[in-house]
Design a protein around this ligand. Structure first.
Ligand code: AMP
Length: 313
């Protein structure tokens, strides 16, 4: 259905009938030329960075970019250097044709879908192979950072590079991966990158499960257990809203016990932090707190988080 140009500097266009056209960009020259063209025409540019296997969460970021910027571009790249040696890089879902179709339907202007070799021409396949790294300290030493060594260094190294390739005014990130958003915002601030880092709300299925490309790893029985993660985070957040920051400790223990009782195989962590990912003190205002968890269920690692300010008392 789609045809992609193999000629550097030329773009394939994807779309149905008279509908929206999606430019498919494969090379660095392609993406630089496209953004330069938009800039020359005076357009603002919003960028959404993803690993593909697109779902409603990713597409909500495209909608946000389109609303705030004149041109929207999505990057689709399964970043090898953010995966640990025992993680799911090889089996990560790759659904490029369906992704392009969804982007065309959503009126996204362009997709940058480079090969691994384009981004890592020296053949880097893991963080250990990378010569120049971008490392954000402290924020990466809590939550997922403690359980996935090097993960965020792989993210920031690649996102920084992508931001050098895709000239954009604003970049949009899901609060589902709240720590990732916080780390990228910190990187942009510390390196004075001329880009706004915009958080967007988590998109969920009707039963509350946060949409995730990794939900495809769940079988039917596991899929039925999965929404409990959000339900228990909300329950805990409501408790903290009522009881104050002083009960954050016992609430974490309670959430973890209830998650295990619900059928999750393992609770990697349940944590409460401020929105800057700092520690909780007894006098921290509850409106500044978020509750975070990571669990294992079958072959999937699921993460979610809830702002205490967002739950009803
Ligand atoms: P990924 O390709 O899954 O690494 O995610 C790419 C971007 O989409 C990141 O900014 C994620 O936080 C965001 N994202 C993923 N899932 C959701 C969701 N359910 N709701 C909102 N944003 C999401």
């Amino acid at each position: 259905m789609w045809s992609t140009s193999k000629t550097p500097g030329r773009h394939a266009r994807h779309g149905r009938g008279g509908g929206a056209l999606l430019r498919v960009l494969r090379t660095i020259d392609d993406v630089r030329q496209q953004t330069r063209e938009w800039r020359d025409a005076g357009s603002s540019i919003g960028c959404v960075m993803t690993m593909g296997a697109l779902h409603g969460g990713h597409l909500s970021l495209v909608d946000a970019a389109r609303k705030e910027c004149e041109k929207a571009i999505l990057t689709l790249f399964v970043n090898p250097i953010q995966f640990g040696p025992d993680e799911d890089f090889d089996r990560y879902p790759r659904t490029e044709e369906a992704d392009f179709r969804a982007l065309a339907e959503r009126s996204c202007d362009a997709v940058f879908a480079p090969s691994t070799r384009t981004i890592f021409p020296a053949g880097e396949r893991s963080l250990g192979d990378v010569r120049t790294r971008v490392v954000v300290r402290r924020l990466t030493e809590v939550l997922c950072g403690r359980h996935r060594p090097g993960h965020f260094d792989g993210v920031t190294t690649e996102v920084h590079l992508m931001l050098r390739l895709v000239d954009c005014d604003r970049t949009y990130w899901g609060e589902k991966d709240y720590q990732q958003y916080a780390v990228i915002r910190a990187m942009a601030e510390d390196l004075a990158l001329p880009v706004g880092v915009v958080p967007c709300p988590t998109v969920r299925d009707s039963d509350g499960l946060a949409l995730s490309s990794r939900n495809t790893y769940l079988d039917a029985a596991q899929r039925a257990i999965a929404p409990t993660l959000y339900a228990e985070l909300r329950r805990g957040a409501r408790r903290i809203a009522e009881g104050g920051a002083a009960i954050a400790g016992p609430t974490k223990t309670d959430i973890a016990a209830r998650l295990l009782a619900s059928g999750f195989d393992r609770v990697e962590y349940v944590e409460v932090h401020t929105r800057e990912l700092g520690p909780v003190r007894a006098d921290t205002p509850v409106a500044d707190l978020r509750v975070f968890a990571a669990v294992r269920l079958g072959g999937a690692r699921l993460i979610d988080n809830v702002a205490v300010a967002e739950v009803d008392r």
